[in-house]
Design a protein around this ligand. Structure first.
Ligand code: SF4
Ligand code: SF4
Length: 62
């Protein structure tokens, strides 16, 4: 299992994580990314790589 978090202070709502996540983990709400399907995360780290704001993070949660 992976824990998915977004720092709302840092997130600029660019949508890159929403577009690039293969698990459709994120959605934009009120101009910020939210992990709406965190159970679909499989730890590929793509969202962290594409986020220029260093706003979204995943960590192993077992
Ligand atoms: S890629 Fe980063 S800044 Fe862009 S919406 Fe996702 S968390 Fe926010
Ligand atoms: S690590 Fe991969 S599967 Fe998990 S939220 Fe980020 S892009 Fe999606």
């Amino acid at each position: 299992m992976w824990k998915v978090t977004v720092d709302r202070e840092k997130c600029q709502g660019c949508g890159e994580c929403v577009e690039s996540c293969p698990g459709e983990v994120y959605a934009l709400r009120d101009g910020k990314a939210e992990p709406v399907n965190p159970e679909e995360c499989h730890g590929c780290h793509t969202c962290e790589a594409v986020c220029e704001q260093d706003a979204c993070h995943i960590e192993e949660d077992d």
